[in-house]
Design a protein around this ligand. Structure first.
Ligand SMILES: Nc1nc2c(ncn2[C@@H]2O[C@H](COP(=O)(O)OP(=O)(O)OP(=O)(O)O)[C@@H](O)[C@H]2O)c(=O)[nH]1
Ligand SMILES: [Mg+2]
Length: 560
């Protein structure tokens, strides 16, 4: 090396040093520091600069770098291939942005042509060459147009389809060129996707997934195949033609699954109540039924309102201060109606009067002496008995207390079904009052209820010494089928019974009168029914005195 070249070399080295020194003070400082932190890349940069400055060829270096990047990319590609293994057979791969793209073997993106003969295997099949787009000359285009017009007129495919004999039969049958034209001319890709959607809906709706549809659904990859296009085109055409047949399609809809209700929630006997009849019912019929019921109910109310009570009943209601408004009137008049032990006809119940009950029988002490769950445990019939029957919660036990004014002897509850045995109470030495369990709805097991109802029936129809059954009816609700059942039984067994309307304090006086009239009318033909219909309120004490007098008469003249 000559002195000249060596000085040149030294100058260059100085420049390089300066360059390195400047870099630590310049704007690039931060970058360099960052790059130093990064390590490999930063050092490489500096190294490259040095190399550049010194004039060393960095081709090798670049090559190394490229090689490394290449290797890294390869790694990524293989990794991605592993991840997207399932997509591999689509003939696709990841692009630079790591997005999946469909590529051909010669790395060209595939295109779907409507004219393409898909029967050969479809565009997603591996190693299938896609036809290259042909750019037609004007002449060619005109010729094609002519062909299409001719095809439309003749209804036959001409030139662009393969000869039918050469075609492979597709799964769903071949799509003819006319369909192709339809697709191409009427909306291209959009139409095709719409048709596909229509076809899918159709197949799901009908619940008749035919073989092709099933296979198509099963093989997820093939859902874009030409078969679907063919099918959907045909579906679309059919849909257009037969819009009126929609109802028929609807008839084929899968029927709603039968809803099954477990009869009892804790039933392990697998007893079920099938309500399919309800679901099968025509909604129109159902609506009509509901309307009919509504009409019946309305007409019942109308009938009830149309009842004209007799003058005797109206005067009875008035005299005994029966009905809802009474309490309010009495309260306004200054009477205390919130008494724990209601008086008979409150306005007249001053204290001395309250002490004195007119009927001697009812001045006796009420004492419980027997309870029976079965007929064999009935006490011997020594004295005449007056029984109180009726639906659960109608107020039987409360009436016993009100009659005797001995509150607490007979247990009462606002929960239906408290009295579950036949309870015998002695009222003096010569009479007894009997509190019967109620029928109808009650908080008790079905078997238990059935048992006590049977017991009541047996008691009222066979009991010797039973002089009167007071059949209690809730004034608000009137007579129910179970009441009629018991009446029929008593008619058959010739047991004397008297209707007593209870809870009269809850309804208007006129309705009390109407109810009494209604029942009297319905029992006119009954031989064992004893008139009149009594009306009481155990709460207000209204009608109690009259009822007591009536019962006293029964007891007085009764002989065993
Ligand atoms: N407003 C009002 N409530 C009453 C009358 N009589 C009874 N009740 C209430 O009705 C509910 C039922 O009374 P109960 O005497 O137990 O009826 P029950 O017929 O013996 O019922 P079971 O023993 O279940 O058959 C209680 O909450 C009473 O307070 C009445 O005249 N007017
Ligand atoms: Mg009771």
């Amino acid at each position: 090396m000559s002195a000249e070249t060596s000085s040149k070399f030294n100058k260059l080295r100085k420049k390089v040093k300066l360059a390195i020194g400047r870099s630590s003070n310049s704007k690039d400082n931060a970058k360099t520091l960052k790059s130093k932190k990064k390590g490999f890349h930063g050092d490489k940069k500096v190294q490259t600069r040095v190399n550049d400055a010194v004039g060393i060829s960095y081709d090798d270096d670049k090559l190394n770098k490229r090689e490394k990047i290449g290797r890294r990319d390869m790694k990524l590609k293989t990794k991605d291939k592993q991840i997207h293994k399932g997509q591999e057979h689509y003939g696709g791969e990841l692009d630079g942005n790591r997005r999946f793209r469909l590529v051909n073997a010669d790395r060209k993106r595939k295109r779907v042509y409507a004219e393409q003969d898909n029967s050969k295997g479809g565009m997603f099949q591996k190693n299938v060459e896609t036809p290259k787009r042909k750019t037609l000359s004007r002449e060619g285009r005109n010729k094609l147009k002519d062909d299409i017009v001719e095809e439309k007129q003749t209804g036959k495919g001409k030139s662009r389809d393969l000869a039918p004999s050469k075609k492979k039969p597709s799964l769903t049958g071949e799509r003819n060129s006319w369909d192709n034209h339809l697709l191409d001319n009427n909306g291209g890709k959009k139409l095709r996707t719409k048709l596909k959607a229509v076809e899918k809906m159709e197949s799901v709706r009908n619940g008749l997934l035919n073989k092709d549809a099933k296979s198509r659904l099963g093989q997820n990859q093939n859902r874009h195949t030409a078969e679907s296009l063919e099918k959907s085109a045909r579906t679309k055409v059919r849909d257009k033609k037969t819009l009126d047949d929609d109802s028929a399609v609807q008839d084929d809809w899968p029927k709603r699954k039968k809803r099954v209700i477990r009869k009892y929630p804790h039933d392990i006997t697998n007893k079920r109540l099938d309500d399919h009849k309800l679901t099968d019912e025509n909604p129109k019929e159902k609506k009509e039924d509901l309307e009919q019921n509504d009409n019946v109910e309305r007409s019942k109310n109308a009938q009830f309102r149309a009842i004209q009570p007799s003058s005797s009943i109206l005067s009875f209601v008035d005299d005994n201060l029966l009905g809802r408004r009474r309490l309010i009137e009495l309260q306004r008049a200054g009477y205390n109606i919130e008494l724990s032990a209601p008086l008979d006809n409150i306005p007249f119940s001053t204290k001395p009067e309250r002490e004195r009950i007119e009927e001697n029988i009812f001045r006796n002490k009420l004492t419980f002496f027997a309870a029976a769950k079965i007929s064999s445990s009935f006490p011997p019939p020594e004295v005449p008995e007056i029984a109180f029957a009726g639906r659960s919660n109608v107020g039987k036990s409360s009436l016993l207390n009100a009659l005797t004014r001995q509150w607490g002897v007979v247990r009462t509850s606002d929960k239906p079904g408290l009295t579950q045995t036949i309870n015998f109470f002695k009222l003096g030495p010569k009479h007894s009052l009997v509190d019967l369990p109620g029928y109808g709805f009650a908080y008790a097991k079905e078997e238990v209820k059935e048992a006590w109802e049977e017991l009541v029936k047996e008691y009222v129809s066979t009991r010797v010494g039973l002089k009167r059954v007071c059949l209690l009816i809730d004034t608000k609700w009137g007579m129910k089928p179970r009441d009629h059942e018991l009446i029929d039984l008593m008619e058959r067994s010739q047991t004397k019974y008297q209707i007593v309307l209870t809870k009269t304090d809850l309804v208007f006086p006129i309705d009390v009168a109407r109810r009494a009239m209604q029942i009297e009318e319905s029992l006119k033909a009954k031989k064992s029914a004893v008139p009149p219909v009594m009306m009481v309120s155990a709460k207000s004490g209204a009608g109690i005195r009259n009822f007591r007098t009536l019962l006293a008469k029964v007891g007085r003249f009764a002989k065993l």
